[in-house]
Ligand binder design. Structure first.
Ligand code: DAH
Length: 363
């Protein structure tokens, strides 16, 4: 036998071992390779057939083979022992996530209003200028738009020139004259959409959707959520609005929380109000037990959003007769409302959108 032939046989044994190890336990293989009548000993006997001057090299080849066989059989034994699985052991519980805190807040707000007969809807976050502004008593170029006219969609403005007529705002409805599209800066675009969906009152809507504004700081994000309430029926008054706000305050923030409305101006309501909720830390007094000023609210109240009695022009835009029906509306941010909850202590609203599990896992 030549040295080359011996090398070939050594390689064959090594390959065979690799294949065997893929399907068998090393302890079941050791006699096949290293036993008395094992493959190694069989090959070793053949050394006698090697030319005398090549025996030394042949011996070395065999030594290397033996070492390698021993090493592989014991190394694989170790690693197989480590990955050995007892199928009767109880399984490892996979990590279970939970709903994002903003989704949790949306669900809670939805249920609170559903309990008093509101219907939850979600109107488009990209909408016609007409629903976001014009139907809300903000004709083209009206200065009241300045605060909100932010992200228009890069799409051709197809509006055909038809005069704005406050007695009949529907003359310029996008289905008749075309229009331009905007990322909605508020959920008030849902008001006339809901009037159109139902055709006539009674309407009790809670619209929760994404909104967009050019803003970014500890209490604002460019994308956020708002919820918008709209109630229209015969004989609806400010008292119904106030009662609804007080109900929400108690349900969302806990018993004893009060609401307060202050005169303000919105184009789509008349009269209009800003809405505050009493601070749960100082109980609405503005002072703590040690007579120090409450640093959370500074005044006893937190401003959350706007509200008012639906403007007659908005009812007209929704094809509802303002002589027959009245209504109230309110709207504000989900994130802001949520972060005022007792014990949350979220001092930067942007954390909600950071995608940081260390933060999110706390909710
Ligand atoms: N849309 C207003 C905003 O984003 C909030 C608002 C004010 C909504 C008065 C209303 C309302 O429905 O009646 O600032």
């Amino acid at each position: 036998m030549t040295l080359i032939e011996l090398q070939q046989q050594v390689d064959t044994i090594k390959n065979q071992l690799d294949q065997d190890l893929a399907v068998s336990r090393p302890s079941d293989l050791s006699s096949k390779y290293l036993g008395k009548k094992g493959l190694f000993n069989q090959l070793a006997k053949e050394i006698a057939m090697v030319e005398a001057d090549q025996r030394k090299d042949a011996g070395q080849l065999l030594n290397q083979l033996k070492q390698e066989l021993e090493q592989k059989l014991s190394a694989t034994e170790d690693s197989q022992q480590q990955t050995w699985v007892d199928l009767t052991m109880p399984g490892e519980q996979p990590a279970v996530g939970h709903l994002h805190p903003v989704t949790q807040a949306i669900e809670e707000i939805t249920h609170i209003f559903e309990r008093i007969g509101f219907t939850k809807v979600s109107y488009p976050e990209v909408d016609w200028d007409w629903y976001a502004f014009e139907s809300l008593n903000m004709p083209p170029s009206h200065p009241a738009r300045d605060e909100w006219e932010t992200f228009f969609i890069n799409q051709k403005d197809t509006t055909q020139s038809v005069e704005y007529d406050s007695n009949n705002p529907r003359k310029r409805h996008p289905s008749l004259v075309g229009g331009k599209l905007v990322l909605t800066p508020h959920t008030s675009n849902g008001q006339v959409r809901e009037m159109e969906r139902l055709g006539k009152p009674p309407i009790r809507m809670i619209n929760i959707a994404r909104c967009y504004r050019r803003q970014q700081d500890a209490t604002h994000t460019p994308m956020f959520h708002q919820f918008e309430g709209l109630v229209i029926d015969k004989g609806i008054t400010i008292q119904h609005l106030k009662g609804t706000l007080d109900y929400f305050a108690q349900e969302f923030y806990g018993p004893g929380t009060k609401s307060r409305i202050r005169p303000f101006h919105f184009q789509f309501t008349e009269p209009s109000f800003e809405v505050d909720f009493s601070c749960h830390i100082c109980g609405g007094t503005g002072y703590l037990a040690n007579e120090q000023k409450c640093r959370f609210c500074k005044s006893g109240w937190h401003e959350v959003g706007g509200a008012g009695m639906v403007h007659p022009n908005v009812l007209k835009a929704g094809n509802i007769d303002p002589e027959e029906y009245t209504g109230f509306a309110f709207g504000w941010g989900v994130e802001r409302t949520y972060t005022l909850k007792e014990g949350l202590k979220i001092d930067d609203i942007r954390l909600l959108y950071s995608g940081d599990l260390r933060f999110l896992e706390q909710f």
